[in-house]
Design a protein around this ligand. Structure first.
Ligand code: ADP
Ligand code: MG
Length: 461
């Protein structure tokens, strides 16, 4: 019984430290909007970098022809080819292939990584074009490259890597032009292809959704990491010194994963996670929200629970002690367990952490921990979305039938139902009934890769 009391205390503590009352979320939303303005004002003013994407032409739906896309995110990359049929037909065909990145390439050299990517791309192109000849009509192949790491763009089709995030750390790539790296690797493969656009997954999601709906104002990713992109008025970007585009709009790649505010409810678990991470002190918002970290936060709580209360019996802690051993899909599976005796939680604890013979009470406690961590993530995520709407002046009631569509993609949003439901309901809470009527959250499946191909298409118009 003493163990149970101790354990309850750990959970109660966590619940309190992770609390996200509506008033706090409103302040977080305002802080996000404030950081957005600061980041647009001047380079280096904000932790939210607000990078120019140089995408000033979003897809309209009228694009035609065949285009390639390449999507490098966190763990997998995808190669794809789309065939666009113009206004009436839209996306006529899309062929894609997903490839897992061998883990050793995530911390090797730049040329190894890009060499691997180019060789997989070359194979895909060869297979594709064997089946369908003459689609190109002698034109050069155009590629959109989705590269979901912070890049300082120099044009729509070039940019240097600012830093790695997530599980990547390839030192010699930092500061290099990733398009040049890819282009060199493709040449080595004898692959004749032109990189028409360099974007990230948030920009891609925005573009992919905009192709079908012109009211889409932002693209947001909740996957391994998290990021957001939105359409800004070119004249609202004081730091931009170049020539303003004809369209008067510019897509901003926020890199909001690096958002920080002392309002954020950071616990001892988050602090130690950050300290042990590949990028200590950075991407704090991302570390509270995204798929790479939620399972790891829960693992750290469970470890403390076990050490303090002995509630898991005398297991050897070996697995519970291993960083990133408990992954977000695992906690998602446990969290969604609806069997009366929480059989799935019991199985997962056994299978993944080697913890056996748990009582129903203990399993309930595990679910509550998952709930606290996932709910905090979803609510902070919603506050970020509300911050963007606030910045755009689209957070109030509107009388001119204005719609604002937020396109969201990423494995976390797609598969972690309790996360996405909580995010949507919290956004409703923050916007209020009136404003909620004009705001729609849309799951934009697979937008990021297709979006790259679509931007390649709109660029080559
Ligand atoms: P990336 O950011 O690498 O492009 P995705 O958008 O495909 O990745 O998202 C992958 C991430 O989504 C994984 O790292 C994981 O954290 C999360 N995820 C995948 N499946 C699930 C699931 N069933 N439940 C919860 N999270 C999941
Ligand atoms: Mg992705």
């Amino acid at each position: 019984a003493a163990a149970a009391v101790e354990a309850e205390q750990v959970v109660a503590d966590l619940r309190e430290k992770c609390a996200t009352p509506e008033s706090l979320l409103r302040d977080v939303a305002s802080a996000m909007a404030g950081e957005m303005s600061a980041g647009l004002e001047e380079e280096g003013r904000s932790k939210v970098k607000m990078l120019l994407s140089y995408v000033d032409k979003l897809p309209t739906g009228r694009e035609e022809g065949s285009f390639y896309g390449l999507d490098l995110g966190g763990t997998n990359f995808r190669v794809l080819k789309v065939q666009l049929g113009g206004t009436k037909k839209h996306l006529v065909h899309c062929e894609s292939r997903e490839v897992t990145i061998p883990p050793h390439l995530m911390s090797g050299t730049s040329s190894e990584l890009f060499g691997f990517i180019a060789s997989e791309l070359a194979k895909f192109v060869a297979d594709e074009e064997e089946e369908s000849t003459n689609l190109l009509n002698g034109k050069k192949r155009e590629l959109g490259f989705t590269f979901s790491f912070p890049v300082r763009q120099t044009s729509v089709a070039s940019g240097t890597l600012v830093k790695w995030t997530k599980a990547f750390s390839i030192d010699d790539a930092v500061g290099k032009d990733v398009v040049a790296e890819l282009q060199t690797a493709m040449e080595k493969q004898g692959l004749d292809m032109h990189v028409a656009a360099l974007i990230n997954d948030a920009v891609g999601t925005l573009a992919g959704a905009r192709y079908y709906d012109e009211d889409v104002v932002a693209g947001i990713i909740f996957g391994t990491g998290t990021n957001a992109a939105y359409v800004e008025k070119a004249n609202a970007i004081p730091k931009w010194e170049g020539k303003l585009p004809n369209s008067e709009d510019m897509v901003i790649n926020m890199e909001w994963g690096n958002f920080f505010s002392c309002l954020l409810p950071v616990t001892e678990f988050d602090q130690s996670l950050d300290k042990d991470s590949l990028n200590p002190g950075e991407q704090i918002y991302e570390k509270l929200i995204s798929g790479m970290y939620l399972g790891e936060i829960v693992r750290r709580v469970l470890l403390k629970l076990s050490l303090q209360s002995g509630i898991f019996g005398d297991n050897d802690h070996c697995k519970l002690n291993t960083q990133f051993h408990l992954r977000t899909p695992h906690i998602s599976t446990m969290h969604h367990d609806e069997t009366p005796d929480l059989k799935i939680v019991s199985e997962k604890l056994h299978e993944i952490l080697g913890i056996t013979d748990t009582s129903l009470e203990t399993r309930k406690m595990v679910i509550e921990i998952c709930d606290i961590v996932a709910r905090r993530a979803a609510r902070l995520a919603a506050a970020g979305v509300a911050g963007i709407l606030l910045k755009l002046g689209r957070n109030g009631s509107v009388d001119n039938n204005q719609r604002s569509v937020i396109a969201i993609d990423g494995g976390l949003f797609e598969h972690y139902t309790k996360f996405s439901e909580c995010l949507e309901s919290t956004l409703g809470e923050l916007l209020g009934q009136e404003a909620s009527k004009s705001v729609t959250v849309k799951h934009a499946n697979d937008g990021s890769g297709i979006g790259a191909a679509l931007i390649a298409a709109s660029q080559s118009r």
